[in-house]
Design a protein around this ligand. Structure first.
Ligand SMILES: NC(=O)c1ccc[n+]([C@@H]2O[C@H](COP(=O)([O-])OP(=O)(O)OC[C@H]3O[C@@H](n4cnc5c(N)ncnc54)[C@H](OP(=O)(O)O)[C@@H]3O)[C@@H](O)[C@H]2O)c1
Length: 484
């Protein structure tokens, strides 16, 4: 019989108990800590902080899953049980548990270490001139929040951007990054809603406060105006491939943690931090689809429907209530989408390269309302632009999100059929709020249940492997994340 022992006596402070009743320890073999009602993710985060700060328990001391579970998203071996290294003396285990408990206590604000680890791009070079450095932790100033980064997105072409093969304008040196999920640890004085402890989704698309046309991608690209360049070079230089990041308040969207991370048995959706990072991939086509005002019941042709953003467009359009026609050059690559059980709300059409054949197939149950494209530059000569536009009804709408220098379009058809063509870079703040709402209400599903798979989770040091894995993703609903 395991011998469970309360360990709370360690945790009395000023005569006040600090949550010691939440955890008991099996000290018969010095190995088990049991939690009754602390969410698993919270334990993982706080253990990570305890370990990082070298409070009594050095990293080398921990060789079991406790050491590795934090933020690597490896599941704890049993849902509510953490294993400690057996050989540790009992008082060490107690001390470590004590640290974790004190940090989990509502009475204790998060401790922000004075220094943290960040991935720095020193110069643009192929292979990368990047390394993880220990540096001063950013401090919250007016208009900003400092966030403990829990998991950050990786673009499919991050390898080309940071090696200079896809030339983007960014300052050197700087901390690269992307949209991320994090926990607020400090806020500037002008924060009215965000507070420490709040789980947030950080949106990488930053807008100038005194000039809404000064737009740039935090950690990736300085945008296209002197104002946007200035913002990235100065106040928002360092991004989320770091343990802590200073971020614009308005780009930190509060998340309903209990709903999103809570267990399904208790009304939660059971997502992990990585699952939530997929909001990044969804957000881009979501912005384009909303920009052409997709409505429930409309027929939306999405081509290509297979890449990172194309497949996310399919998930978005379905969540908006549309009927989707998913197009690809190879029908077999649409197979994963077929498995998701959307029934007759989704049809699959091959891009054969023959416009007449493809228009016939796309319109066999009537013309479409919307055509959405987010193809890469390599697709500039693809026939899908013509076949998809020619499958639209009079007054149909087109959202072009793919980045093409100069595209040839069927302008006579566009004129005769009153077609509206809109380009869209990213999305609006309102799009973000609607998207998060759809996820929290369960209409837009993430994780396994939504057909989304995190194919790789990498620490900062393995950025090279993360970029490589992201560039090699082929299929629907795939992502790679960096967990600092
Ligand atoms: N507007 C914005 O705000 C925004 C934001 C982010 C990214 N983007 C753009 O989105 C683009 C797509 O990114 P992604 O990561 O989803 O792309 P991706 O995964 O590299 O490619 C998407 C799909 O494009 C199709 N494709 C590739 N080469 C083609 C060719 N030669 N002819 C016809 N189809 C071809 C393929 O579909 P099939 O094999 O199934 O046909 C592929 O699965 C990027 O190039 C980027 O510039 C735009």
């Amino acid at each position: 019989m395991p011998q469970h022992m309360e360990i709370g006596s360690q945790l009395k402070s000023g005569g006040q108990h600090r949550g010691y009743d939440l955890i008991t320890s099996d000290v018969s073999n010095g190995s088990v800590i049991k939690s009754k009602d602390i969410p698993k993710q919270r334990i993982k985060e706080h253990i990570k902080i305890a370990v990082d700060e070298h409070l009594h328990w050095r990293k080398n001391d921990i060789k079991s899953s406790v050491a590795l579970c934090p933020l690597t998203e490896r599941p704890l071996q049993h849902d509510w049980t953490l294993y400690c290294i057996k050989s540790r003396p009992q008082h060490h285990i107690r001390a470590a548990i004590g640290i974790i408990l004190v940090k989990m206590s509502k009475l204790t604000l998060p401790i922000i270490p004075s220094r943290h680890r960040a991935l720095v791009l020193h110069s643009t070079r192929d292979p990368y001139d990047m390394s993880v450095v220990e540096t001063e932790t950013p401090k919250a100033e007016m208009g900003s929040a400092v966030v403990r980064v829990l998991a950050a997105a990786v673009l499919t072409y991050a390898n080309r951007v940071y090696s200079g093969r896809k030339p983007y304008l960014y300052p050197k040196s700087f901390v690269p990054g992307s949209s991320a999920v994090g926990r607020v640890v400090d806020v500037g004085q002008d924060a009215t809603k965000l507070k420490p402890e709040q789980l947030i989704y950080f949106d990488t698309y930053v807008q100038g406060r005194d000039d809404t046309t000064a737009l740039f991608l935090h950690g990736l690209s300085g945008g296209f105006t002197p104002g946007s360049n200035k913002l990235m070079e100065t106040v928002w230089r360092d991004s989320t491939y770091a343990e802590y990041a200073k971020l614009p308040l308005e780009n930190c969207f509060p998340l309903d943690e209990a709903r999103l991370l809570g267990s399904p048995a208790e009304g939660g959706l059971g997502y992990s931090f990585s699952d939530l990072v997929y909001l990044f991939t969804i957000s881009i086509p979501f912005g384009g689809l909303r920009d052409v005002d997709v409505k429930a019941g409309e027929k939306v042709v999405i081509s290509p429907a297979t890449g990172a953003f194309g497949s996310a467009a399919v998930f978005s359009a379905l969540a908006m209530g549309a009927r989707v026609v998913a197009m690809s050059r190879t029908l077999s690559s649409l197979e994963p989408l077929k498995q998701l059980g959307f029934g007759d709300r989704i049809q699959f059409v091959q891009n054969t390269g023959d416009v007449e054949t493809d228009v016939k197939e796309l319109t066999k149950d009537g013309p479409a309302d919307v055509f959405f494209d987010i193809s890469p530059g390599a697709a500039i000569k693809s026939t899908h632009f013509k076949s998809c536009i020619q499958s639209l009804r009079r007054g149909g709408r087109v959202s072009l999100m793919g980045a093409h220098q100069e595209l040839t379009l069927p302008t006579q058809f566009i004129m005769l059929y009153d077609i509206t063509i809109k380009g869209k870079w990213m999305y609006t703040k309102e799009d973000m709020r609607v998207m998060i709402n759809l996820v929290e209400t369960g209409y837009l599903k993430l994780g396994e249940v939504g057909g989304i798979k995190t194919v790789g989770t990498f620490p900062l040091e393995e950025f090279d492997a993360a970029f490589d894995a992201a560039s090699k993703m082929r299929g629907s609903g795939l992502q790679v994340v960096i967990v600092p």
